[in-house]
Design a protein around this ligand. Structure first.
Ligand code: NAI
Ligand code: 15L
Length: 265
């Protein structure tokens, strides 16, 4: 069991899920976000903090022996917004971890690091990045940062390229990208319980019948996703029509992010 697990992005969708479902991983959960959060319960600490504030992040990470890094901009935004949270913030986090004895990090990366691959391609974790947005580029930066700190200092990070983690898949594309909340929870458990992880890249995706990603290199973690998006196919078919074969969300793995403009400040 960990002593103190830091969860960044604790006010967000996955952060709230982690707060409610992962208490058993650590004696204390340290919950942090730039946004307000619910008051601390038993075994919890709540610290409001901007990832862009170097000293605050250093103080935040001190005393933690695990970090579930969910905080940051999670969709396409202006470069300046992304820069503070996902570039400066990630540098601050890795430097703070270095100063704090290198707690293991689970970095919430994204399928948008590879979003411009077409949906007929089956990807391995070491295929080159093809980001589909500035957001995707920022996740590539985070992955590169973890590589630098692993090679230079031995900092362990699990890079989890999350597909679409919501209670249910929301459209036809998500039949291939869906990660169920239960499978997310079991993946985080595996990452923090494994004796040694190094720096694996893991596709954060459930046991869906439709799939674009090969997770065999992460088998050593012992993670076995149990849910499948097939259970929702009929519901999605009834709720919306299948996208035209030339539509962006039928062509590219990153779907509509591929058609986003560059947002101006
Ligand atoms: P979310 O947007 O609901 O939560 C992100 C949280 O980060 C928010 O509460 C926000 O206030 C906080 N944040 C933003 N800027 C910050 C800053 N400068 N300092 C401190 N906190 C800041 O996103 P969600 O869905 O919970 O995702 C969590 C992580 O997983 C994100 O990093 C996202 O990029 C990644 N991810 C999520 C996917 C999903 O399907 N939910 C898919 C792929 C990646
Ligand atoms: C992501 O990276 C986003 O954080 C999330 O909100 C979804 O859009 C997801 O990817 C997706 O591709 O469905």
């Amino acid at each position: 069991m960990l002593e103190r697990l830091l969860i960044t992005g604790a006010a967000g969708g996955l952060g709230r899920l982690a707060r409610s479902r992962l208490k058993h991983l650590a004696r204390t959960l340290r919950l942090s976000d730039v946004a307000p959060m619910e008051a601390p319960g038993e075994g919890e600490e709540v610290i409001q903090c901007n990832l862009g504030d170097r000293q605050a992040v250093r103080d935040l990470v001190a005393g933690c022996d695990g970090i579930l890094h969910l905080g940051g901009v999670s969709v396409e935004r202006t470069f300046d917004e992304i820069c503070e949270a996902n570039l400066v913030g990630v540098y601050n986090l890795y430097e703070a971890a270095r100063a704090a004895g290198q707690p293991r990090i689970l970095f919430a990366s994204s399928n948008h690091t590879i979003g411009f691959y077409t949906q007929d391609v089956r990807l391995q974790v070491d295929d080159p990045h093809r980001p589909d947005s500035l957001y995707g580029v920022s996740k590539c930066f985070g992955e590169a940062m973890s590589s630098l700190y692993f090679d230079k200092f031995g900092q362990e990070t699990a890079l989890v390229r999350i597909g679409s983690c919501f209670p249910e898949p929301r459209d036809h594309r998500m039949l291939a990208t869906w990660l169920s909340p239960d499978d997310f929870v079991s993946l985080v458990e595996c990452v923090f319980r494994a004796p040694r992880i190094g720096r694996p890249i893991v596709w954060g995706v459930s046991n869906n019948q439709a799939t674009w990603w090969d997770n065999s290199s992460a088998a050593f973690l012992g993670w076995q996703p149990k849910d499948s998006s097939e259970a929702f196919r009929a519901k999605i078919d009834a709720a919306m029509s299948v996208p035209d074969k030339d539509a962006v969300d039928a062509v590219y793995q990153g779907g509509k992010f591929c058609a986003e403009p560059i947002h101006e400040s």
